[in-house]
Design a protein around this ligand. Structure first.
Ligand code: GDP
Ligand code: MG
Length: 168
């Protein structure tokens, strides 16, 4: 049996919840102040997609995104992408186009999903639903609203779609 391994890059501005999302999916936990384990580039989790074992390797950025210093090695060989912005951070929403272009410049048009994280904070939202939906439509991306904190749409939403997009 050949095992399928998929490299997934998770991109977006700092503090939108990328590291938390990766940790939630791979370890099943949420902590208030997650710090990336030094020396680890990615976390992985094995899942079953259409009866096949698939190993998802989720690459984390170690905070380099804040300095626009993500290296080519981060993107190299990526087969899928999760673009993340936050409900409470308008800049992170406005930056999505830019992130999409960066990923595309490095690895071309790979299967990608768009995620609005922190929907547990919807009362503090700075992005209208129509705006988020329009962005997804314009970029032709599957769109999820998620809360890593409340464990909403992370397992059954974002990563489920991501893996079936690649293996199908
Ligand atoms: P990163 O910089 O994109 O990797 O973001 P982090 O994973 O470090 O998260 C930034 C902050 O947002 C941390 O304090 C997290 O605990 C918090 N956070 C992440 N996801 C959620 C969420 O769904 N809801 C809320 N309320 N906070 C979240
Ligand atoms: Mg992080």
């Amino acid at each position: 049996d050949m095992e399928v391994a998929i490299k997934v890059v998770v991109v977006g501005n700092g503090a939108v919840g990328k590291s938390s999302m990766i940790q939630r999916f791979c370890k099943g936990i949420f902590t208030k102040d997650y710090k990336k384990t030094i020396g680890v580039d990615f976390l992985e989790r094995q899942i079953i997609v259409n009866g096949e074992e698939v190993r998802l390797m989720l690459w984390d950025t170690a905070g380099q995104e804040e300095f626009d210093a993500i290296t080519k090695a981060y993107y190299r060989g990526a087969q899928a992408c999760v673009l993340v912005f936050s409900t409470t951070d308008r800049e992170s929403y406005q930056a999505i186009d830019n992130w999409r272009e960066k990923v595309e410049a490095e690895v071309g048009n790979i299967p990608t999903v768009l995620v609005q994280n922190k929907i547990d904070l919807l009362e503090e939202t700075v992005i209208k639903n129509e705006e988020a939906e329009a962005l997804a439509k314009r970029l032709k991306l599957r769109f999820y609203r998620a809360s890593v904190k409340e464990d909403l749409n992370v397992n059954e939403g974002v990563f489920n779609t991501t893996s079936s997009n690649v293996t199908n």
